[in-house]
Design a protein around this ligand. Structure first.
Ligand code: ATP
Ligand code: MG
Length: 636
């Protein structure tokens, strides 16, 4: 892998500096007794009469334009200021933010930090091989990005093109994303566990002429032949002209005329690369959803609004401060990796961990060993991994020092109470707020989470709770009417646009309108169900198309999974299928590559409709489906 030259003493000095600033910030946090909006959120200093978290939230939705204009001016560096804050009409599915403005996302993520703190660590690459982490400063990441940007330009990649990145989570993948942003190309990151067919479909849909990959992937101690997968994929992708191949391992791979050795080519390039001046609404990336509910959708995110929203949520939901180390273990192939491994932390000048491994490699202590070694302050993971780790016992957690942790985050699925309690009590020793963050590829960033809140405000286990600034949730009943009271359940919608939301589905604007804007005119429809408590807190009840109708009561999957607890060596509470009068047990459930249960497949099995299982390209292990089918046949 391409490693820039470095001087070791510099890192020692940098980490001592980081230690000093981190401890003084902790002291500051401890001393803060009540919520002063302007002190907490400097962007809100000009908002007259706003004091306290709830007042700031009210202001952010009632004076949405003022709020977002102030935040955008202060958080982002603009080449040219924007003229209009927004031009949105949810009834038409029209979403535009900060028009007239020009900026460059890579400058916002790199150059401005290089000016103030070039030797601050930007990335800590937690390689699959435990204990072999590598740090990259902002200066080094900028150099890498510029070389890559120049290389792509020299190879004819232009503004408006879309580059497919099929790489594991690693510094060159981050630099590839930022290099695209630097020269104005869009990126399309495809999870490096997908098959050649799934990759080919995404390359074709994105019409990419360029693919960036690695010779081999290394994850959980296993080698995957990523370059070979790309070779197979591009056979059915006539648009692909060139493939850049980085070396993750020593192994030489077969090369064709269209292949280039990435690190070798980068060395020929200059370390300065002129950033393109991008319009706020130019495309930054497209990214396919997890495919839990159907064929994956290639959602399009644009420059300014997305970056602003990722940065703001990263700063305030997790309480990220300068000098902290942020550990989001999501793969960069998912939106969580985009917003909270790459764009949010880097826009905030943070230190972000790139996790290449798995929670159980080489043993189930991997996460917590990493927390101790890298002194991670905020840890952000998925319920599926938490549930897996519970089975191995507390000793794997307790073995390691977790005193650096200040916040624990959860994302991807509802977190059942048992998992929440374990995360809180065992991992966080009861002293770290657990933030259950609800959001989607479509929303660009976190929309509902327990934080930010007043310092001592309650956090209810398994509840996402509070809408973020600028977010105005709405619940709809089965007739499509707005539910105005509390203590109500319904379809979760958003009544107002926010800068981070997706702008369209690539190549399919009609599907975008039909999926998100037509079901409840004037609202953005999330596809999920939610309950709003007496206090006004939100709890996600699951996907609406998974709702089970029992004697007229519409019950979400999260509600059932939280109540029924089944334990045996193999079965776990999420690992069962409930069929009203018949219960089918299964050792495991079909899951997407991002760890979500593909319930639509279960429904088809129950309906004996095996010919229309739908798009299975994101399925983790097809054998799990086969087992369920066989189990179901035995029941019949
Ligand atoms: P597809 O849209 O292709 O079916 P997907 O919805 O799984 O796939 P993502 O955008 O990765 O794709 O996931 C977003 C979904 O994940 C949300 O709509 C919600 O159902 C679920 N989700 C995410 N975070 C939470 C959470 N904290 N609590 C409950 N559900 C969550
Ligand atoms: Mg979805």
């Amino acid at each position: 892998m391409w490693l820039p030259c470095r001087c070791t003493t510099k890192y020692v000095a940098a980490s001592i500096r980081r230690g000093v600033s981190a401890s003084s910030l902790h002291a500051l946090r401890r001393g803060r007794s009540s919520w002063n909006s302007a002190a907490f959120m400097p962007e809100s200093a000009g908002f007259e009469g706003v004091s306290g978290r709830d007042a700031l939230h009210d202001y952010s939705v009632s004076h949405s334009e003022n709020f977002w204009a102030a935040v955008a001016r202060q958080r982002l560096n603009w080449i040219r200021p924007f003229e209009a804050v927004q031009d949105c009409d949810l009834s038409q599915g029209r979403i535009k933010w900060f028009e007239g403005g020009k900026l460059n996302v890579s400058v916002n993520c790199l150059d401005r930090h290089v000016h103030t703190c070039p030797e601050r660590v930007a990335l800590i690459w937690e390689r699959d091989e435990r204990g072999s982490e590598v740090r990259y400063t902002y200066r080094e990441l900028l150099e890498m990005t510029c070389r890559l940007g120049n290389l792509l330009r020299r190879h004819g990649v232009k503004k408006g093109d879309c580059v497919t990145i099929y790489m594991p989570t690693c510094p060159l993948a981050v630099a590839s994303m930022l290099a695209c942003a630097r020269i104005g190309a869009a990126h399309n990151v495809v999870f490096a566990g997908f098959s050649s067919e799934a990759l080919a479909e995404r390359i074709r849909d994105a019409q990419s002429s360029t693919v960036i990959t690695v010779n081999q992937g290394v994850r959980g101690g296993k080698i995957t032949e990523l370059k070979r997968t790309v070779d197979a994929a591009v056979q059915s992708c006539p648009t692909v002209r060139q493939v850049f191949v980085a070396m993750r391992t020593e192994k030489r791979v077969e090369v064709t005329d269209r292949d280039f050795a990435l690190e070798e080519e980068m060395l020929k390039e200059d370390v300065v690369c002129e950033p393109a001046a991008m319009d706020s609404e130019d495309v930054l990336f497209l990214l396919y959803t997890s495919g839990s509910t159907g064929k994956p959708k290639g959602l399009v995110h644009t420059q300014a609004g997305y970056l602003l929203y990722a940065a703001l949520t990263h700063r305030y939901v997790f309480g990220y401060h300068d000098g902290d180390v942020f550990g989001c273990v999501a793969d960069i192939g998912w939106i969580t990796g985009h917003s909270y491994t790459v764009y949010g932390p880097l826009a905030n000048g943070g230190t972000t961990v790139l996790f290449e491994s798995t929670p159980v490699y080489p043993d189930p202590g991997r996460y917590w060993d990493m927390v101790e070694r890298l002194r991670i302050n905020q840890f952000y993971g998925a319920p599926t991994a938490i549930r897996l780790l519970i089975r191995y016992g507390d000793q794997w957690v307790k073995k390691y020092d977790r005193s650096s942790l200040t916040t624990l985050g959860s994302v991807g699925e509802p977190i059942n109470t048992e998992a929440w309690e374990w995360y809180n009590r065992v991992v966080g020793e009861g002293r770290c707020p657990v933030v259950d963050t609800w959001w989607q590829t479509e929303t660009g960033g976190i929309c509902i989470a327990p934080k930010p809140s007043e310092p001592d405000a309650e956090i209810v286990p398994g509840m996402a709770m509070r809408p973020f600034f600028g977010i105005k949730p709405a619940l709809m009943d089965t007739e499509g009417k707005l539910l105005t009271s509390n203590n109500a359940s319904g379809a979760l919608c958003m009544a107002q646009p926010w800068p981070g939301m997706a702008r369209t589905i690539h190549n399919n604007h009609q599907r975008f309108l039909e999926t998100y804007f037509q079901p409840y005119p004037g609202y953005f429809f999330t596809g999920d169900g939610a309950y709003r408590s007496q206090e006004g807190y939100y709890q996600i009840t699951g996907r609406l198309d998974d709702v089970i109708n029992v004697s007229g009561h519409r019950i979400g999957t999260a509600e059932i999974e939280d109540v029924v607890v089944i334990r045996s060596d193999e079965a776990h509470l999420s690992d069962f299928i409930l069929i009203i009068s018949v219960t089918q047990f299964a050792k495991r459930l079909p899951k997407t590559r991002s760890g979500k249960i593909m319930r639509r497949v279960l429904r088809k099995v129950v309906d004996c409709d095996l010919d229309s299982l739908g798009d299975l390209s994101t399925l983790d292990d097809p054998a799990a489906v086969q087992e369920i089918i066989e189990g179901h046949e035995k029941l019949l």
